[in-house]
Design a protein around this ligand. Structure first.
Ligand code: GKR
Ligand code: MG
Length: 425
Protein backbone atom coordinates (compact mmCIF):
# COMPACT_ATOMS: atom_id res chain seq x y z
CA UNK A 1 0.00 0.00 0.00
CA UNK A 2 1.28 3.47 -0.89
CA UNK A 3 0.10 6.98 -0.07
CA UNK A 4 -1.43 8.44 -3.21
CA UNK A 5 -2.75 11.77 -1.98
CA UNK A 6 -3.09 14.00 1.06
CA UNK A 7 -5.81 16.60 1.62
CA UNK A 8 -5.38 19.21 4.32
CA UNK A 9 -8.62 21.04 5.20
CA UNK A 10 -8.83 23.91 7.69
CA UNK A 11 -12.25 24.00 9.35
CA UNK A 12 -14.01 26.21 11.89
CA UNK A 13 -16.54 24.82 14.35
CA UNK A 14 -18.92 27.02 16.36
CA UNK A 15 -17.60 27.50 19.88
CA UNK A 16 -19.14 29.37 22.81
CA UNK A 17 -17.34 32.30 24.49
CA UNK A 18 -15.45 30.30 27.10
CA UNK A 19 -13.08 32.07 29.47
CA UNK A 20 -9.61 30.92 30.38
CA UNK A 21 -6.33 32.37 31.56
CA UNK A 22 -5.42 33.48 28.02
CA UNK A 23 -8.70 35.32 27.42
CA UNK A 24 -11.86 34.28 25.63
CA UNK A 25 -12.67 31.65 23.00
CA UNK A 26 -13.53 33.11 19.60
CA UNK A 27 -16.92 32.22 18.04
CA UNK A 28 -15.17 29.47 16.11
CA UNK A 29 -12.60 26.91 17.18
CA UNK A 30 -10.15 26.06 14.41
CA UNK A 31 -9.16 22.51 13.47
CA UNK A 32 -7.14 20.99 10.65
CA UNK A 33 -8.46 17.83 9.06
CA UNK A 34 -6.03 15.59 7.22
CA UNK A 35 -7.12 12.89 4.80
CA UNK A 36 -4.47 10.46 3.57
CA UNK A 37 -5.61 8.44 0.56
CA UNK A 38 -3.94 5.14 -0.35
CA UNK A 39 -3.35 3.86 -3.87
CA UNK A 40 -6.16 1.34 -3.34
CA UNK A 41 -8.60 4.17 -2.58
CA UNK A 42 -8.82 3.94 1.23
CA UNK A 43 -8.98 7.19 3.21
CA UNK A 44 -7.41 7.61 6.64
CA UNK A 45 -8.38 10.65 8.72
CA UNK A 46 -6.59 12.77 11.30
CA UNK A 47 -7.51 15.96 13.17
CA UNK A 48 -5.35 18.50 15.00
CA UNK A 49 -5.81 22.04 16.37
CA UNK A 50 -6.07 24.55 13.57
CA UNK A 51 -3.40 27.13 12.84
CA UNK A 52 -1.94 28.54 9.66
CA UNK A 53 1.56 27.86 11.03
CA UNK A 54 0.76 24.18 11.52
CA UNK A 55 -0.94 24.03 8.16
CA UNK A 56 2.20 25.43 6.52
CA UNK A 57 4.29 22.78 8.32
CA UNK A 58 1.93 20.06 7.08
CA UNK A 59 2.08 21.41 3.53
CA UNK A 60 5.86 21.36 3.81
CA UNK A 61 5.97 17.62 4.59
CA UNK A 62 3.17 16.66 2.20
CA UNK A 63 5.47 15.98 -0.73
CA UNK A 64 7.62 13.66 1.40
CA UNK A 65 4.63 11.46 2.18
CA UNK A 66 3.32 10.84 -1.32
CA UNK A 67 4.40 7.39 -2.52
CA UNK A 68 5.38 6.22 0.98
CA UNK A 69 4.07 3.10 2.71
CA UNK A 70 1.77 4.22 5.59
CA UNK A 71 3.00 1.20 7.60
CA UNK A 72 6.51 2.70 7.54
CA UNK A 73 6.01 5.44 10.12
CA UNK A 74 9.44 5.07 11.77
CA UNK A 75 11.24 5.79 8.52
CA UNK A 76 8.82 8.59 7.61
CA UNK A 77 9.27 10.32 10.98
CA UNK A 78 13.05 9.87 10.96
CA UNK A 79 13.15 11.71 7.64
CA UNK A 80 10.62 14.39 8.58
CA UNK A 81 12.25 15.14 11.92
CA UNK A 82 15.26 16.50 10.10
CA UNK A 83 12.95 18.95 8.28
CA UNK A 84 11.05 20.11 11.31
CA UNK A 85 12.31 22.96 13.44
CA UNK A 86 11.99 22.31 17.14
CA UNK A 87 9.86 25.05 18.63
CA UNK A 88 8.47 26.19 21.92
CA UNK A 89 5.03 25.33 23.32
CA UNK A 90 4.50 29.00 24.26
CA UNK A 91 2.93 30.49 27.40
CA UNK A 92 -0.71 29.89 26.42
CA UNK A 93 -2.83 27.07 27.87
CA UNK A 94 -2.63 25.29 24.52
CA UNK A 95 0.56 23.94 22.95
CA UNK A 96 1.88 25.82 19.91
CA UNK A 97 4.58 23.48 18.61
CA UNK A 98 4.09 22.57 14.96
CA UNK A 99 6.09 19.35 14.63
CA UNK A 100 4.23 17.33 17.29
CA UNK A 101 0.95 18.33 15.66
CA UNK A 102 2.19 17.31 12.23
CA UNK A 103 3.38 13.95 13.60
CA UNK A 104 0.04 13.39 15.30
CA UNK A 105 -1.97 14.24 12.18
CA UNK A 106 0.07 11.89 10.02
CA UNK A 107 0.12 9.08 12.54
CA UNK A 108 -3.59 9.09 13.33
CA UNK A 109 -4.50 9.18 9.62
CA UNK A 110 -2.04 6.37 8.84
CA UNK A 111 -3.39 4.23 11.71
CA UNK A 112 -6.93 4.78 10.40
CA UNK A 113 -5.70 3.71 6.99
CA UNK A 114 -3.81 0.67 8.32
CA UNK A 115 -6.75 -0.46 10.41
CA UNK A 116 -9.14 -0.16 7.48
CA UNK A 117 -6.76 -2.03 5.19
CA UNK A 118 -6.59 -5.06 7.52
CA UNK A 119 -10.14 -4.81 8.86
CA UNK A 120 -9.13 -4.13 12.50
CA UNK A 121 -9.85 -1.19 14.82
CA UNK A 122 -6.96 1.16 15.65
CA UNK A 123 -6.99 -0.02 19.27
CA UNK A 124 -5.91 -3.48 18.10
CA UNK A 125 -2.92 -1.97 16.31
CA UNK A 126 -2.01 -0.31 19.63
CA UNK A 127 -1.89 -3.69 21.36
CA UNK A 128 -5.59 -4.15 22.06
CA UNK A 129 -8.16 -2.75 24.43
CA UNK A 130 -7.98 -2.86 28.22
CA UNK A 131 -11.40 -1.18 28.42
CA UNK A 132 -14.41 -1.03 26.12
CA UNK A 133 -15.80 2.24 27.44
CA UNK A 134 -13.72 5.35 28.01
CA UNK A 135 -14.95 7.65 30.80
CA UNK A 136 -14.80 11.45 30.41
CA UNK A 137 -15.20 14.29 32.88
CA UNK A 138 -17.64 17.23 32.71
CA UNK A 139 -15.47 20.18 31.68
CA UNK A 140 -16.87 23.41 33.15
CA UNK A 141 -15.96 26.89 31.96
CA UNK A 142 -16.86 30.37 33.07
CA UNK A 143 -18.57 31.83 30.06
CA UNK A 144 -19.38 35.19 28.54
CA UNK A 145 -22.89 34.90 27.25
CA UNK A 146 -23.51 36.93 24.12
CA UNK A 147 -19.87 37.76 23.37
CA UNK A 148 -18.30 37.00 20.04
CA UNK A 149 -19.43 39.74 17.67
CA UNK A 150 -21.20 38.91 14.47
CA UNK A 151 -20.95 35.16 14.97
CA UNK A 152 -21.58 35.42 18.69
CA UNK A 153 -23.43 33.04 20.90
CA UNK A 154 -26.22 33.71 23.25
CA UNK A 155 -28.24 34.73 20.17
CA UNK A 156 -28.01 31.27 18.66
CA UNK A 157 -29.97 28.90 20.83
CA UNK A 158 -28.55 25.80 19.16
CA UNK A 159 -25.02 26.77 19.98
CA UNK A 160 -25.45 28.44 23.34
CA UNK A 161 -24.34 25.30 25.13
CA UNK A 162 -25.20 24.77 28.74
CA UNK A 163 -27.21 26.51 31.37
CA UNK A 164 -24.59 29.13 31.01
CA UNK A 165 -22.47 30.42 33.80
CA UNK A 166 -22.80 34.02 32.61
CA UNK A 167 -19.99 36.35 33.39
CA UNK A 168 -22.05 37.96 36.15
CA UNK A 169 -23.39 34.66 37.41
CA UNK A 170 -19.96 33.09 37.25
CA UNK A 171 -18.98 35.14 40.24
CA UNK A 172 -21.75 33.30 41.99
CA UNK A 173 -20.69 29.65 42.38
CA UNK A 174 -24.33 28.65 41.89
CA UNK A 175 -23.86 29.38 38.16
CA UNK A 176 -21.06 26.86 37.96
CA UNK A 177 -23.06 24.27 39.91
CA UNK A 178 -25.96 24.78 37.46
CA UNK A 179 -23.63 24.26 34.52
CA UNK A 180 -22.33 21.02 36.07
CA UNK A 181 -25.86 19.80 36.73
CA UNK A 182 -26.88 20.47 33.11
CA UNK A 183 -23.87 18.62 31.74
CA UNK A 184 -24.22 15.68 34.10
CA UNK A 185 -27.92 15.37 33.41
CA UNK A 186 -27.33 15.21 29.68
CA UNK A 187 -24.14 13.11 29.57
CA UNK A 188 -23.94 11.29 32.88
CA UNK A 189 -20.40 12.45 33.70
CA UNK A 190 -19.00 11.03 36.94
CA UNK A 191 -16.28 13.62 37.57
CA UNK A 192 -15.90 17.37 37.08
CA UNK A 193 -13.13 19.69 35.95
CA UNK A 194 -13.38 23.47 36.32
CA UNK A 195 -11.32 25.65 34.02
CA UNK A 196 -9.96 28.35 36.27
CA UNK A 197 -7.54 31.22 35.73
CA UNK A 198 -10.37 33.55 34.70
CA UNK A 199 -11.31 35.24 37.97
CA UNK A 200 -9.82 36.08 41.35
CA UNK A 201 -8.58 32.79 42.84
CA UNK A 202 -11.04 32.88 45.75
CA UNK A 203 -13.96 33.01 43.30
CA UNK A 204 -12.72 29.80 41.72
CA UNK A 205 -11.99 28.11 45.06
CA UNK A 206 -15.52 28.97 46.17
CA UNK A 207 -16.89 27.41 42.99
CA UNK A 208 -15.02 24.18 43.73
CA UNK A 209 -16.31 24.18 47.31
CA UNK A 210 -19.85 24.74 45.99
CA UNK A 211 -19.42 21.82 43.59
CA UNK A 212 -18.29 19.63 46.51
CA UNK A 213 -21.29 20.74 48.53
CA UNK A 214 -23.65 20.02 45.62
CA UNK A 215 -22.21 16.70 44.42
CA UNK A 216 -20.59 15.25 47.56
CA UNK A 217 -17.27 13.44 47.99
CA UNK A 218 -17.97 10.68 45.44
CA UNK A 219 -17.68 13.01 42.44
CA UNK A 220 -13.97 13.73 41.82
CA UNK A 221 -13.21 17.44 41.24
CA UNK A 222 -10.32 19.13 39.45
CA UNK A 223 -9.33 22.78 39.10
CA UNK A 224 -7.09 24.09 36.30
CA UNK A 225 -5.96 27.76 36.47
CA UNK A 226 -3.53 27.21 33.59
CA UNK A 227 -0.43 28.34 35.46
CA UNK A 228 -1.57 31.91 36.01
CA UNK A 229 -1.17 31.92 39.80
CA UNK A 230 1.93 32.71 41.86
CA UNK A 231 3.28 30.02 44.15
CA UNK A 232 1.96 31.70 47.33
CA UNK A 233 -1.48 32.17 45.74
CA UNK A 234 -1.62 28.55 44.63
CA UNK A 235 -0.64 27.30 48.08
CA UNK A 236 -3.20 29.52 49.84
CA UNK A 237 -5.93 28.35 47.46
CA UNK A 238 -4.77 24.74 47.64
CA UNK A 239 -4.89 24.70 51.45
CA UNK A 240 -8.65 25.21 51.16
CA UNK A 241 -8.92 22.37 48.67
CA UNK A 242 -6.98 19.59 50.41
CA UNK A 243 -9.25 16.58 50.67
CA UNK A 244 -11.55 18.18 48.08
CA UNK A 245 -9.67 18.01 44.77
CA UNK A 246 -8.88 14.80 42.94
CA UNK A 247 -6.06 16.77 41.38
CA UNK A 248 -4.87 20.35 41.08
CA UNK A 249 -3.92 21.04 37.47
CA UNK A 250 -1.17 23.53 36.58
CA UNK A 251 -1.79 26.04 39.38
CA UNK A 252 1.63 27.64 38.65
CA UNK A 253 4.06 28.01 35.78
CA UNK A 254 7.12 25.83 35.32
CA UNK A 255 8.40 22.61 36.86
CA UNK A 256 10.29 24.29 39.69
CA UNK A 257 7.25 26.24 40.88
CA UNK A 258 5.03 23.19 40.48
CA UNK A 259 7.50 21.24 42.66
CA UNK A 260 7.28 23.93 45.36
CA UNK A 261 3.47 23.81 45.38
CA UNK A 262 3.49 20.01 45.35
CA UNK A 263 5.74 19.90 48.44
CA UNK A 264 3.55 22.38 50.32
CA UNK A 265 0.21 20.66 49.77
CA UNK A 266 -1.41 17.31 50.27
CA UNK A 267 -3.07 17.29 46.82
CA UNK A 268 -1.75 15.54 43.70
CA UNK A 269 -0.66 18.03 41.05
CA UNK A 270 -1.31 17.38 37.35
CA UNK A 271 0.02 19.05 34.24
CA UNK A 272 -0.43 19.64 30.57
CA UNK A 273 1.77 22.73 30.74
CA UNK A 274 5.08 22.06 32.53
CA UNK A 275 5.86 18.49 31.46
CA UNK A 276 4.73 18.38 27.85
CA UNK A 277 7.47 16.59 25.94
CA UNK A 278 10.07 13.87 26.35
CA UNK A 279 12.69 16.59 26.78
CA UNK A 280 10.83 17.69 29.94
CA UNK A 281 10.98 14.28 31.65
CA UNK A 282 14.37 14.72 33.38
CA UNK A 283 13.07 18.01 34.84
CA UNK A 284 9.90 16.28 35.99
CA UNK A 285 12.01 13.84 37.99
CA UNK A 286 14.42 16.49 39.28
CA UNK A 287 11.66 18.84 40.49
CA UNK A 288 8.95 16.26 41.23
CA UNK A 289 6.74 18.77 39.49
CA UNK A 290 3.61 16.70 39.18
CA UNK A 291 2.01 13.44 40.23
CA UNK A 292 -0.10 13.09 37.07
CA UNK A 293 0.72 13.87 33.43
CA UNK A 294 -2.11 14.70 31.08
CA UNK A 295 -1.36 12.94 27.85
CA UNK A 296 -2.58 14.32 24.56
CA UNK A 297 -1.80 12.57 21.31
CA UNK A 298 -1.96 15.93 19.49
CA UNK A 299 0.84 17.37 21.65
CA UNK A 300 2.98 14.33 22.39
CA UNK A 301 3.28 13.38 18.71
CA UNK A 302 0.68 10.67 18.18
CA UNK A 303 -0.37 7.30 19.55
CA UNK A 304 2.98 5.59 19.91
CA UNK A 305 4.57 8.54 21.67
CA UNK A 306 1.60 8.56 24.07
CA UNK A 307 2.16 4.86 24.77
CA UNK A 308 5.82 5.66 25.49
CA UNK A 309 4.64 8.36 27.89
CA UNK A 310 2.38 5.81 29.58
CA UNK A 311 5.38 3.54 30.14
CA UNK A 312 7.32 6.45 31.64
CA UNK A 313 4.39 7.22 33.95
CA UNK A 314 4.19 3.60 35.05
CA UNK A 315 7.94 3.36 35.75
CA UNK A 316 8.31 6.70 37.52
CA UNK A 317 5.10 6.55 39.53
CA UNK A 318 3.19 9.21 37.65
CA UNK A 319 -0.52 8.85 37.11
CA UNK A 320 -1.75 9.51 33.59
CA UNK A 321 -4.83 11.40 32.52
CA UNK A 322 -5.87 12.96 29.18
CA UNK A 323 -6.05 16.61 28.15
CA UNK A 324 -8.24 18.14 25.46
CA UNK A 325 -8.91 21.29 23.49
CA UNK A 326 -12.04 22.18 21.48
CA UNK A 327 -12.33 19.29 19.04
CA UNK A 328 -14.42 17.30 16.61
CA UNK A 329 -15.23 13.62 16.30
CA UNK A 330 -12.05 12.43 14.57
CA UNK A 331 -10.02 13.62 17.56
CA UNK A 332 -12.56 12.15 19.96
CA UNK A 333 -12.36 8.76 18.22
CA UNK A 334 -8.55 8.86 18.34
CA UNK A 335 -8.65 9.80 22.05
CA UNK A 336 -10.99 6.90 22.74
CA UNK A 337 -8.82 4.34 20.92
CA UNK A 338 -5.73 5.56 22.74
CA UNK A 339 -7.41 5.72 26.14
CA UNK A 340 -8.80 2.21 25.62
CA UNK A 341 -5.27 0.89 25.01
CA UNK A 342 -3.46 2.45 28.00
CA UNK A 343 -3.70 0.28 31.12
CA UNK A 344 -2.55 3.03 33.49
CA UNK A 345 -4.87 5.76 32.20
CA UNK A 346 -7.11 5.47 35.21
CA UNK A 347 -8.63 8.95 35.38
CA UNK A 348 -11.68 10.18 33.50
CA UNK A 349 -10.38 11.99 30.39
CA UNK A 350 -11.01 15.63 29.52
CA UNK A 351 -13.17 16.53 26.54
CA UNK A 352 -14.54 19.82 25.20
CA UNK A 353 -16.91 17.88 22.92
CA UNK A 354 -20.18 18.90 24.69
CA UNK A 355 -19.33 22.56 24.06
CA UNK A 356 -19.49 21.87 20.32
CA UNK A 357 -23.07 20.79 21.04
CA UNK A 358 -23.57 18.47 18.09
CA UNK A 359 -21.54 20.36 15.47
CA UNK A 360 -19.33 17.67 13.96
CA UNK A 361 -18.19 16.20 10.68
CA UNK A 362 -19.08 12.57 11.35
CA UNK A 363 -21.97 10.76 9.71
CA UNK A 364 -22.76 9.36 13.14
CA UNK A 365 -21.20 11.42 15.93
CA UNK A 366 -19.87 9.42 18.88
CA UNK A 367 -22.15 9.54 21.90
CA UNK A 368 -21.20 10.28 25.48
CA UNK A 369 -23.57 8.20 27.57
CA UNK A 370 -23.38 7.51 31.28
CA UNK A 371 -20.18 9.58 31.24
CA UNK A 372 -18.35 7.38 28.74
CA UNK A 373 -17.82 6.76 25.02
CA UNK A 374 -18.00 3.23 23.77
CA UNK A 375 -14.90 2.13 21.89
CA UNK A 376 -15.75 2.01 18.15
CA UNK A 377 -15.10 -1.50 16.87
CA UNK A 378 -15.35 -0.93 13.11
CA UNK A 379 -12.02 -0.95 11.18
CA UNK A 380 -9.65 1.97 11.64
CA UNK A 381 -10.95 4.74 13.90
CA UNK A 382 -14.41 3.28 13.35
CA UNK A 383 -15.92 6.54 12.13
CA UNK A 384 -17.19 7.88 8.83
CA UNK A 385 -16.59 11.47 7.75
CA UNK A 386 -19.55 13.30 6.19
CA UNK A 387 -18.05 15.23 3.28
CA UNK A 388 -20.93 17.71 3.16
CA UNK A 389 -20.39 18.59 6.81
CA UNK A 390 -16.65 18.85 6.19
CA UNK A 391 -17.34 21.27 3.34
CA UNK A 392 -19.66 23.31 5.58
CA UNK A 393 -17.06 23.58 8.32
CA UNK A 394 -14.50 24.51 5.64
CA UNK A 395 -16.83 27.28 4.42
CA UNK A 396 -17.10 28.52 8.04
CA UNK A 397 -13.32 28.74 8.09
CA UNK A 398 -13.20 30.93 5.01
CA UNK A 399 -16.06 33.11 6.24
CA UNK A 400 -14.91 33.67 9.81
CA UNK A 401 -11.52 35.12 8.91
CA UNK A 402 -9.73 33.55 11.87
CA UNK A 403 -6.39 31.87 11.14
CA UNK A 404 -4.89 31.25 14.60
CA UNK A 405 -6.38 30.82 18.05
CA UNK A 406 -6.07 34.22 19.73
CA UNK A 407 -8.03 34.39 22.98
CA UNK A 408 -6.36 37.66 23.99
CA UNK A 409 -7.72 39.60 20.99
CA UNK A 410 -11.15 38.08 21.55
CA UNK A 411 -11.14 39.12 25.21
CA UNK A 412 -10.09 42.66 24.30
CA UNK A 413 -13.28 42.91 22.20
CA UNK A 414 -15.39 42.63 25.36
CA UNK A 415 -12.92 44.18 27.82
CA UNK A 416 -11.02 46.85 25.86
CA UNK A 417 -7.34 46.97 26.78
CA UNK A 418 -7.30 43.47 28.27
CA UNK A 419 -3.93 41.77 27.86
CA UNK A 420 -2.67 38.28 28.61
CA UNK A 421 -0.38 37.99 31.61
CA UNK A 422 1.64 34.82 32.12
CA UNK A 423 1.22 35.25 35.90
CA UNK A 424 -1.73 37.35 37.03
CA UNK A 425 -2.55 36.62 40.66
O1 GKR B 1 -10.10 25.46 25.97
O2 GKR B 1 -9.65 27.33 26.96
C1 GKR B 1 -9.48 26.14 26.78
C2 GKR B 1 -8.45 25.44 27.62
O3 GKR B 1 -7.80 26.37 28.43
C3 GKR B 1 -7.47 24.69 26.77
O4 GKR B 1 -6.91 25.53 25.80
C4 GKR B 1 -6.38 24.05 27.58
O5 GKR B 1 -5.37 23.61 26.73
O6 GKR B 1 -8.05 22.48 28.32
C5 GKR B 1 -6.77 22.81 28.32
C6 GKR B 1 -6.07 22.57 29.63
O7 GKR B 1 -6.38 21.62 30.31
O8 GKR B 1 -5.13 23.31 29.96
MG1 MG C 1 -4.84 21.93 31.76
Amino acid sequence: MRIRDIHISPVAVPDPPLLNAAGLHAPYALRLIIEIVSDDGISGWGEIPGSEATRAALEQVRGHLIGRDPWGLNAIFAELETLANPDDRGATPWDQRAWVHVQSAIEVACYDLMGKSVGRPVVDLLGGAVRERVPFAAYLFYKYEGAGGEFGFGRDEAASGWAAARQEAALDPAGIVAQAQAMIERYGFKSIKLKGGAFEPQVEVDSILALREAFGPDVPLRLDPNAIWRVDTAIAAGEQLEGVLEYYEDPVRGQENMGSVARALDIPLATNMCTTSFDDLPGSIAHQSEAIILSDHHFWGGFRASLDLARFCAVFGRGMSMHSNSHLGISLAAMVHLAAAVPNLTYDCDTHYPWQDGHDLLVEPLQIEDGAVELPRAPGLGIEVDRDKLAQLGANYLACGLTERDDETEMAKVQPGWTFQATRW
